[in-house]
Design a protein around this ligand. Structure first.
Ligand code: PRP
Ligand code: ZN
Length: 295
């Protein structure tokens, strides 16, 4: 019997979302052990367990309350939600990884180059509702063939003329001589939570984790920059710092005309940025990664 005081978070067992999902939990402060082939990662410093499951099962597990939360692709979540009248789970956060698109694709030499050319054809997919609602929306009457996996080989098997599947790098399509003809839906990974009430301790813990997720998301791409600059150039230097409004300005011991400037840049700091800063008189520039931020 599962311990109701421990928070259960479903994560993709093996696939595009596995490593970034586990890394997110580590960045939220969770330490866990992961035994080979073990489908549960036991949280050692917090009462949280990560359940490693098929990504397509995650919405159901969360909707049923078997898991309290889950990290799943936006398309998988939307496909599941389309089958339900009421909200089957809450989308608590959209994350900054797992970007992919749901695309119509056809064999390279098929002559099927537009969604309109699919009229009367068969389209294989694991996302029948998203696919059907798209085709219906543009008035194309095509047969949707539901496949649980290996959708990309359906045209070669003669099971379909086209597919509607997730594309991330495009490698799977290329390897199967398929070309993208239309993007139906775009998404990133999201953190979904159960609609069922949780025991107080688990609910407090979930809130804490969500706050930490916000902290991780907030520093995404952020850099801490430190430099020395002429006192007379503080305003000019500040304008050059990407995403900075009010930097910290500190005196330099024994030096009246130069100061130290420290700031969190919320946008990328490129070499060009540093060169422009140098041009404005900055020196001793250091750019550091930001690990955590709590407002
Ligand atoms: C999707 C899709 C392709 C692959 C595409 O699978 O079904 O197999 O990703 O990625 P690529 O463009 O980088 O080659 P998913 O991660 O959903 O795994 P699953 O099909 O096993 O659920
Ligand atoms: Zn999947």
């Amino acid at each position: 019997m599962a311990d109701p005081r421990r928070l259960k978070v479903a994560v993709q067992k093996s696939g595009r979302l596995t490593d970034p999902s586990l890394e997110l939990m580590v960045r939220c402060g969770l330490r866990f052990s992961r035994a080979r082939d073990n489908l549960v990662c036991y949280g050692e410093n917090m009462p949280i367990d990560l359940l490693l499951v098929r990504d397509d099962d995650i919405p159901q597990l969360v909707a049923d309350g078997d898991c309290d939360a889950g990290i799943v692709g936006g398309n998988v979540a939307r496909e599941f939600a389309l089958a339900h009248d009421s909200e089957p789970f809450r989308t608590a956060r959209t994350l900054d990884f797992g970007s992919c698109r749901l695309c119509l694709a056809t064999p390279v030499d098929s002559g099927l180059d537009t969604p309109a050319s699919l009229a009367g054809k068969r389209v294989a997919t694991s996302y029948p509702r998203l696919t059907e609602s798209f085709l219906r929306g543009i008035g194309i009457d095509a047969e949707v063939v539901l496949l649980g996996g290996a959708v990309e080989i359906a045209p070669r098997l003669g099971k379909a003329d086209a597919i509607c599947d997730l594309v991330s790098t495009g490698q799977t399509l290329r390897a199967n001589h398929l070309k993208e003809i239309f993007t139906v839906d775009e998404s990133r990974a999201c953190l979904i939570t159960s609609p069922h009430p949780l025991p107080d301790t688990a609910s407090t813990l979930l809130e804490r984790i969500l706050m930490r997720v916000d902290g991780v998301l907030a520093v995404n791409g952020s850099k801490y920059i430190m430099l020395h600059a002429p006192r007379a150039k503080i305003a000019e230097i500040t304008r050059l710092l990407p995403g900075v409004e009010a930097p910290t300005v500190l005196p330099l011991d024994g030096c009246t005309d130069r100061v130290a400037i420290h700031a969190v840049c919320t946008e990328s700091v490129f070499w060009e940025t540093l060169e422009a800063l140098k041009g404005a008189g900055a020196s001793a520039m250091l750019v550091l990664p930001v690990e955590k931020m709590l407002a």
